[in-house]
Design a protein around this ligand. Structure first.
Ligand SMILES: O=P(O)(O)O[C@@H]1C[C@H](O)[C@@H](CO)O1
Length: 296
């Protein structure tokens, strides 16, 4: 077993057979037994966006390596802490760092936290990520509300719902035409308007990474309806929605995808982190306000 991984989970398991109800319940109970709060909102912090976790008050911080059967964060800009506490007085559980398939994790494992949230009683999942802008009208630093996704990787055996289906999580054949809830997007938009923060809305194209995309791939993603491209979020949104939780997802445009052949511009993770750090406070402000409206 690689040193990156803890406990008994086979991280190469492609299907969700590895992540049985009992195993997920064990993780959920482990967390619930250590906190008094019962958060109904979960927040996932994307690359460079973990600062949100520092806003959580009365925080109980669990490094991922302490949580049984939990993977570890290996990416720069992802601290690897699960935080339970209050944001703007509202109980939340916050992932300071997520799991990506390019880290060597199957998508079933990348999305395991969504099932843990479900068994903890979470009702709304708020996903954040860094993404490259495909839409030519987007600027670096823009915030994009995700309306829908296109996810070629999830058309393959990397779909996290493949394998035995336990109906206690969700249905065998979940509908996916309404994952990113309009009412939540409307709330988020009105908060942004009130704060006079410009907001974009569009579709997130998901690929597995770790390489950035070729020009032809980027053109194909645009043809498919993508407005921004990234290596996370769609897999989590799929599983959260399958589990019956409400999903709101926000992408910070950290770079413009380079869509010209022979360009000497190149995307890089350092730039992604740098822009995310610069713009994180705007996103944090919006999310901090938002949670007040999500604690139904
Ligand atoms: O976790 P997110 O989706 O925010 O991370 C993005 C996508 C890649 O993991 C990485 C590329 O720089 O940042």
């Amino acid at each position: 077993m690689s040193s990156l991984f803890v406990n008994h989970i086979n991280i190469n398991a492609i299907t969700n057979n590895e992540f049985t109800y009992d195993r997920v319940k064990n993780i959920s109970d482990w967390i619930l037994n250590r906190v008094d709060l019962r958060p109904k909102i979960a927040i996932v912090c994307g690359s460079g966006l973990g600062g949100l976790g520092e806003r959580v008050q009365d925080a109980r911080i669990f490094p991922y390596e302490e949580i049984p059967d939990f993977p570890r964060s290996t990416v720069v800009g992802h601290k690897g802490n699960l935080i339970v506490g209050k944001l703007n007085e509202i109980p939340v559980i916050c992932m300071q760092g997520r799991f990506h398939s390019y880290e060597g994790y199957s998508n079933a494992l990348c999305t395991l936290p969504m099932k843990v949230f479900k068994l903890m009683g979470v009702q709304t999942v708020l996903l954040t990520c860094a993404a490259g802008g495909l839409n030519q009208s987007f600027k670096v630093g823009d915030i994009m509300l995700i309306k829908d996704h296109v996810a070629p990787l999830l058309w393959t055996l990397q779909n996290p719902l493949i394998g035995h289906n336990d109906e206690r999580f969700g249905p065998r054949f979940p509908a996916c035409n309404n994952i990113y809830k309009k009412n939540l997007r409307d709330i988020f938009r009105s908060i942004a308007e009130e704060k006079q923060i410009e907001l974009q809305e569009g579709n997130y194209a998901y690929l597995g990474g770790p390489n950035y995309e070729t020009v032809t791939e980027l053109k194909a993603l645009i043809q498919m309806g993508g407005d921004a491209v990234g290596a996370s979020t769609a897999n989590e949104a799929l599983v959260a929605s399958y589990c019956g939780m409400n999903v709101l997802a926000i992408a910070l445009i950290t770079n413009k995808a380079v869509i010209e052949y022979d360009s000497q511009d190149f995307p890089c993770h350092e730039e992604v982190i740098q822009i995310a750090n610069q713009k994180a406070c705007v996103l944090q402000e919006l999310v901090t306000e938002l949670v007040k409206f999500l604690d139904f």
